[in-house]
Design a protein around this ligand. Structure first.
Ligand SMILES: [Zn+2]
Length: 180
């Protein structure tokens, strides 16, 4: 619950920042980025020792089917459900069970959460960290997010490990990333 509250505070801070952006037109995370393609997501994933950390970004349309602030009761429920899932990164990505990885921290931000969507599009930026008690057993990461959100069909991963860097594209039917 503490982690969830920490994330909630980030929205509040973003709320003030995004208001400044709306007034001054500064470049911002809150605006849809150049890679904004509905149905697609990108992730930087880093595996260093026992720590597996990711930064996942996708247009909100890929998850919710809309990118404006929620209006209807159904849309509000979808947003609350998304926030609940984001507070537990195993709802998005599941490391090999035998590696005994537990979530250490999460942080998620979107203009949609603040109600300050500009230009009609919004993105999600989701950061998470797992720490694994048995990292030698870590063989893969299952992107279960594809099962939760059928609008999402492609995830490009930039994987960085102490053995080097590589790019992998995951899809619904090929959703498990091999590690390391
Ligand atoms: Zn969009």
């Amino acid at each position: 619950m503490k982690k969830y509250l920490a994330s909630f505070n980030r929205y509040v801070r973003c709320g003030a920042f995004c208001a400044i952006v709306a007034a001054g037109g500064l470049p911002s995370l809150s605006m849809a980025g150049p890679g904004h393609a509905h149905g697609k997501a990108d992730m930087e994933l880093s595996l260093q020792g026992a720590s597996l950390s990711g930064v996942f970004k996708t247009p909100m349309d890929s998850l919710l089917g809309f990118e404006h602030a929620p209006k209807t009761d159904n849309q509000k429920r979808s947003v609350e459900q998304l926030k609940t899932r984001l507070s537990d990164p195993t709802r998005f990505f599941q490391p090999t069970e035998a590696a005994q990885c537990t979530a250490q921290s999460v942080d998620f931000q979107s203009a949609l959460f603040t109600g300050k969507v500009s230009g009609g599009h919004s993105d999600l930026e989701y950061r998470f960290v797992f720490t694994c008690a048995n990292p030698a057993a870590l063989k893969g990461l299952d992107a279960v997010v594809f099962g939760q959100y059928p609008r999402l069909h492609e995830l490009r991963v930039e994987l960085v490990t102490d053995k080097g860097q590589r790019s992998v594209t995951l899809r619904k039917r090929n959703r498990v990333l091999s590690l390391p």
